[in-house]
Design a protein around this ligand. Structure first.
Ligand SMILES: Cc1ncc(COP(=O)(O)O)c(C=O)c1O
Length: 419
């Protein structure tokens, strides 16, 4: 198995207008404007690079928002798709299929959580976790006999865009946007145990958090906080749910981020990187909390063999000997490079774990840098600004030193321009 990205092919040489003549008029009127997209159409990707409709290439340090664990179109994923698509696409979730069984076994073994439910998105996996906790709270009511349903979540948390997961999220403004919220998600302060304790009441059934708040700007829960939370939840009869949709599957240098604190949650959710670019997510739980009965949870595509075959290929690659050591080495290299740029341009340092990192700019120039990076020539650079005062980096887990150097050099140029 090769850890390196397949080398990026040279930019195509055919005349621009002839190659993608149909993409000459922007914007299309047919898509709901759910985000303000730049006038670029991506036509292919390989490893760490994306190519647009005019043949311009972009070094990709977003990778589908921490999704493409192995970069664009990695051969193990292409092979898995090709093989599985010739065998079986969809027997229905009412039946077993081989990739579903193999991936469930691999995840259960690697996580120590005995039961797996497959979903299609991180939000759906989190909905499943919320439903499972509420079901458990019905079976283990409070002293007055009332079902326990409250799940303590955190300010600035991000758990998805369904109504329940938006309500569980602590994103500013989301409490009113589609009011009324789904009830039962009081918000504590991250890394403040007393704030969690203060919210525990007779209806509380669980605490749910991201080990690192990604969308909030790569804000880590400290190991001490995670350990104390584990002790607190156990002693108060509460479930601990970790949302590893962004941090899981090798992203932070261990298979799951919570492992770095030496804790084991009761429920864990995965998404994004598990599918490496195809829609796959999962909720895992300890056998003791596997209280769903047939009919409680499901979905048309759950455990779909095509997605699970790709997930299996990705997870086998990520958990192969040497892979996570490689991620940690690349992360150290990236971290040192970002720290250097921060010192040079008067920033406030960098933070994160593994290949989920943020550069704290000290000024609200993140969105400007993102636009300027994309417009660079001859190659563009794709960056994300999770908050206006920082940049977030989520390269492929097999990013090369050469790609990190290229990114740092391009960022150096940009920061010099915005100094
Ligand atoms: C921590 C976390 N949870 C849940 C989600 C939602 O995942 P999805 O967009 O696949 O529904 C995200 C997406 O960014 C996330 O970062």
């Amino acid at each position: 198995m090769s850890l390196a990205n397949p080398s990026a092919p040279p930019a195509p040489t055919a005349p621009k207008a002839a190659r993608h003549a149909r993409f000459t008029e922007f914007p299309t009127q047919a898509l709901l404007p759910i985000t303000s997209r730049p006038e670029i159409v991506f036509t292919r990707g390989k490893g760490g690079w994306l190519y647009d409709h005019e043949g311009k290439r972009y070094l990709d340090f977003i990778q589908g928002w921490a999704v493409n664990s192995l970069g664009h179109c990695h051969p193990v994923m292409r092979d898995a798709l090709a093989t599985q698509s010739g065998l079986l696409l969809n027997p229905s979730p009412a039946y077993y299929n081989v990739p579903m069984i193999e991936l469930a076994d691999l995840l259960a073994t690697r996580s120590g959580l005995g039961k797996v439910f497959f979903a299609n998105s991180g939000a759906e996996a989190n909905e499943s976790a919320i439903k499972l906790a509420r079901k458990w709270g019905q079976l283990h009511p409070n002293p007055s006999g009332g079902a326990r349903f409250e799940i303590i979540t955190f300010k600035d948390a991000f758990h998805g865009r369904t109504l329940a997961t938006m309500s569980a999220s602590g994103k500013p403004g989301w409490d009113t946007i589609f009011a009324p919220q789904v009830p039962g998600f009081p918000k504590a302060e991250l890394n403040n145990l007393a704030s969690v304790e203060a919210l525990i009441g007779p209806d509380t059934v669980a605490v749910m958090l991201e080990p690192i708040q990604g969308e909030a700007g790569v804000v880590p829960a400290t190991d001490t906080f995670l350990k104390e939370l584990r002790v607190l939840t156990k002693s108060r009869g509460l479930l601990l749910i970790v949302d590893e949709v962004q941090t899981g599957c090798g992203r932070t240098g261990t298979l799951f981020a919570h492992q770095q604190a030496g804790i084991v949650p009761d429920i864990m959710t995965l998404g994004k990187g598990i599918g490496g670019g195809v829609p796959l997510a999962a909720m895992l739980c300890d056998d003791a909390f596997a209280v769903f009965q047939p009919g409680d949870q499901g979905g048309t595509y759950n455990g779909n063999p095509l997605m699970c075959a790709v997930g299996l290929a990705v997870m086998r690659t990520v958990s192969a000997p040497g892979f996570l050591e490689f991620v940690r080495a690349q992360a150290d290299y990236l971290s040192a490079g970002l720290q250097h740029l921060s010192s040079r341009y008067g920033g406030e340092g960098e933070r994160g774990a593994g290949l989920l990192r943020a550069l704290r700019l000290g000024r609200d120039i993140g969105p400007q840098l993102v636009d300027a990076a994309r417009e660079m020539a001859p190659d563009g650079l794709l960056l994300n600004s999770a908050r206006p005062n920082l940049l977030r980096f989520m390269p492929a887990l097999n990013v090369s030193r050469d790609e990190i150097d290229q990114m740092l050099s391009m960022l150096d140029t940009l920061l010099a321009r915005h100094a």
